[in-house]
Design a protein around this ligand. Sequence first.
Ligand code: PLP
Length: 399
Amino acid sequence: MERGLDTRVVHSGERREKLEEISTVNPIYLSNTFTLDEPAEMDAILGGQRSGFTYSRHGNPTVAALADTMANLEQGEGAVMYGSGMAALQGALLACDLKPGDTVVVSRDLYGATVSLSKQVFGSFGIETQVVDMSDTQAVVSLLCDERVKAIVFESISNPLLRVANLPAILEAAQEHGVISIVDNTFATPYLCNPLKQGASMVVHSTTKYLNGHGDVMGGAVITNAQTKAKLVAQQKLTGGVLGAMEAWLTQRGLKTFALRFERQLASASELASRLDAHPMVARVHHPSLVHHPDHDLAMSLFPRGQGAVLSFEMDGGQAAVYELMKSLNLVVPGTTVGDVYSLLLYPSMASHRSLSPEEKRNAGITDGLVRLSVGIENVEDIWNDLDTALREAAAKSV
Ligand code: PLP
């Protein structure tokens, strides 16, 4: 019997035979569920006896392709993708099996929301957060000896002062004391370092940033060993913060030009850092390529291919001067992210670090005149002209 039109519009064209040809770019599997001819096969996948896809919260082919790429780039045994960098950090902390009374050590200049995640979300379950100055390697190492410390979270290059953590020393101490180490490698990217190779337990990325790079996708990743990956997957099936297939596909496409983009961004950031360092309207520049940066030597030895594509600088005149600068820019976009193809300027006091008390800001070195620049792929002379003109206009207006 011929099926009704109302049935045919639902099923026609779907579930076609597999193509013999292999598409050179992965398809986007915008399907929340997957069917198999053989019920026993479906049973085996759902039971975990064989790999495969049944439901996109448990796994999706487009997302799995990106996870494989992330594992490859960070040289881990596996990776799990999340709906944002924060979801990835939450997943990583959840996989530490923390109990009430356990302590998580976090670096003082960690991305503000990561500190709040540990203090507020995990704190509400009785987990303590201990904030430490990561540049004081001795202080970090002695904290790791405390048996209540179960995990440490830090960034390979910090935001917004671009402090560089002594990765080898800290990761070795964490291993020695059985402390789980979570390294947020968002700013350094796999182009500059692979913390898993140096002994990190888990590497986290906000793929929203450099890896996607085009300002159109949120995403996060945790890259780790096979055993921890299995735990992350099991927990993510329950917590559900998965990455969508469309976002995964866009990120995979963005990644194809990541090395080319980042190479340009690294070179332009160093060039702009040294020009800003000599600018009469700039009081101080923070970038590890500069000899006066406190971590210059460490950065040059850990990251010889470039010292990051973000820099920050301080203006005399505090908030008023920064606001004038933001209004005077024509090319650089005032915005709250990093790592996109276009240059972005952020006022940490207003955005990333707004939840800090005045004392916390002072301790973290976040002054009223500090601005952060994420260097894009534009012609470096155009970025410079925009900054130079805007700095001079801002200085004239805020006198
Ligand atoms: N880690 C770092 C270093 C970040 O800068 C950010 C966001 O700015 C995050 C994590 C959080 O990532 P997302 O915004 O994708 O949740």
